[in-house]
Design a protein around this ligand. Sequence first.
Ligand SMILES: Cc1ncc(COP(=O)(O)O)c(C=O)c1O
Length: 357
Amino acid sequence: MSVLDLARAHLRGVEPYRSARSLALEAEVFLDANESPRPLREGAQFEGLNRYPAPQPPALVREAARYYGVPAASVVVTRGADEGIDLLVRAFVEPVCEDVLIAPPTYGVYAIAARLHGAAVREAPLDAARGFAFDADAALKAARPGGVKIAFVCRPNNPTGTGVPLAAVERLAAGLAERALVAVDEAYLEFSGGSSAAELIARLPNVVVLKTLSKAWGLAGARVGFLLAAPELAALLQAVRAPYPISAPSARAAEAVFDAAGEALMRRSVAAIVAERARLSERLLRVPGVTRVLPSEANFLIAVFANKAAALDALRSRGIIARDRSAEPGLDGGVRITVGTPEENDRLLAVLEAARV
Ligand SMILES: Cc1ncc(COP(=O)(O)O)c(C=O)c1O
């Protein structure tokens, strides 16, 4: 059996749309794509914008292959990891009769993408009493009655900040081999220092990995991410994606940041955020009304408040927003706080300390 057999039957063998720019990126005169022959305004920000962009910017594909240690044929450049999630659901899950498995509390878009597509969501909840550790056996058990087509694993997990060992991903992927994909979302992996599940793909082709430039790489506004998969799966996803997912300004910004020089900058920024995460955590624990701060391997913390509504109100009244996660299972009173600059974190701490929530 090929891992391609997991795709929805009507997509197997589907031909990708051959857009003009996918056929010819280099020429002297472009009369093939019904574009305007010139931009209507002058200025660096408009240069070249009368032309369609490369469907998969070659420099980004090259850098992603190098940085993530996979063949170029395994890389799909996406409009952020969110587009990767949507692509996977659309390509692999049969609406109505197949399910997606998640381990709540986790990133909300997995369930939303599934429901928008008409698929059901099955849950293998993380156990708050065990520090929200991901339990591969619980996930396998929840997937045992057939029908689960994608199991999403978020490492580190949003919103709990919990890491997931590679061995747990491997166990899940081996258990679901030939039955379902394991989509490993590594949006925050740079903050945890763990090694990527991308190294499993060659052995376990039902593993796919979601990456993003929105977090450690500082490019959330550009909307650029990557989906890493076995080459035959990546080829299928290339046929399912939009013809031109990455706008030219986004590609330009990503190419300027996502390279070896940018990697050094990223690592310095991540080190500063990780140090600040430790300071913020320790200071939050001393704020009256904070009962707990969860350990985190990401760039955010969950602080549990005795009165989270009062804490959020106090912050909002001083122009600071944090994310209420208290409705999530096991996170009663939980507020997710992104690690900001030291000055921003100090402002947050000052408001909470003064509010005596
Ligand atoms: C776990 C997780 N995955 C994916 C995303 C979305 O990433 P992108 O901006 O690349 O779409 C987020 C954004 O918050 C996230 O928390």
